[in-house]
Design a protein around this ligand. Structure first.
Ligand code: ADP
Length: 303
């Protein structure tokens, strides 16, 4: 049983020729509203990959919140613990995408900010009964810490995807079993810029030293640096695909990885499975619409 705790956002995506300058108004050439948020993206990845997953999240008790919840249910996710809150809007991301595929993003936490420690306490039993708890950093930090503490007391495995990038207290890192930073996040956490194998291992060692057993530094199209405490790490290359956009690549990697690990797959096989799922996601546009289903990942791996 997997529990994911995290954010849900309604992504409002406007494709523009160039980003507007201060004071400028421009017309976009395409607009889309799709569901995103790191927590929800990872929950969708796990659900579509076949995990037995419960998602802990807060939504506004509004049209968008109700639609988001209904959508999550169709992705094989147990949504019983999701709370719809009356006096706050569902989280929102405003995203401009330019012709080069680059993006600028503004986020309003909205209901995600209400995922407080009392919410975590109310749903503590679900965490206690889980085999693994996966979290990100789009939820209040004291709630992430509280959930990790509850998990640790019951020997529930704690996986942290430390995104978006920020420095973290040792108190939280010491409760984490597996951490999955990208290169930027690794630098925030360790002060080390990952430029080669040696610096990747140095950064991993800093995180091992804080008590984390497994460190997976994701390296985009190059794959992942995997390091187990007291062992020399190595790179596991990603699959070569034609990238459309990398939105939700990291989220898909995380959701798929933990799904495979909970099936009892070895770390190496789980990483390969997660690389395959993420590779499919980068060949498709958007966040949740790009996340593959299990049969698609299996077919990709068999080809
Ligand atoms: P994030 O999206 O969180 O910044 P990364 O860019 O490191 O994370 O990507 C996470 C994972 O997604 C990689 O380890 C890899 O499996 C996959 N991935 C990302 N970009 C590509 C790409 N261009 N081609 C193939 N796989 C990719």
């Amino acid at each position: 049983k997997l529990v994911i705790l995290g954010s849900v956002n309604a992504d409002h995506i406007l494709n523009v020729a160039h980003f507007p300058l201060p004071g400028e108004t421009i017309s976009g050439n395409q607009f889309q509203m799709v569901f995103g948020g790191k927590g929800a993206n990872q929950a969708v990845a796990a659900g579509r990959c076949g995990a037995n997953i419960s998602f802990l999240a807060c939504l506004g008790n509004d049209d968008i919140g109700k639609k988001a919840k209904a959508q999550l249910m169709t992705d094989n996710i147990d949504t019983k613990s999701i709370e719809l809150i009356d006096d706050v809007a569902t989280g929102v991301a405003l995203i401009f995408v330019n012709q080069q595929g680059e993006n600028v993003i503004g986020i309003h936490a909205g209901a995600n900010g209400r995922l407080d420690t009392s919410y975590v306490q109310r749903h503590g039993n679900i965490i206690k009964e889980a085999d693994a708890l996966l979290m990100q950093l789009e939820s209040p930090l004291d709630s992430v810490l509280k959930a990790a503490e509850i998990a640790k007391q019951e020997n529930v495995q704690v996986i942290l995807n430390p995104a978006p990038a920020q420095a973290l207290p040792d108190e939280l890192l010491s409760l984490v079993d597996i951490i999955t930073p990208n290169e930027t996040e690794t630098e925030y956490l360790t002060g080390i810029k990952v430029i080669d194998d040696e610096s990747a291992q140095q950064a991993a060692d800093v995180l091992h030293h804080k008590g984390i057993k497994t460190v997976l530094i994701t390296l985009g199209s190059r794959g992942v640096w995997v390091s187990e405490k007291n062992n020399k790490g190595c790179i596991v290359p990603a699959f070569k695909v034609k990238a459309v956009d990398t939105i939700a690549a990291g989220d898909t990697f995380n959701g798929a990885l933990i799904t495979a690990l909970l099936e009892g797959q070895s770390m190496m096989l789980a990483i390969k499975f997660a690389h395959a799922a993420a590779a499919i996601a980068v060949t498709r546009a958007g966040a949740q619409p790009s996340v593959p289903w299990r049969h698609e990942v299996d077919t990709f791996l068999a080809s």
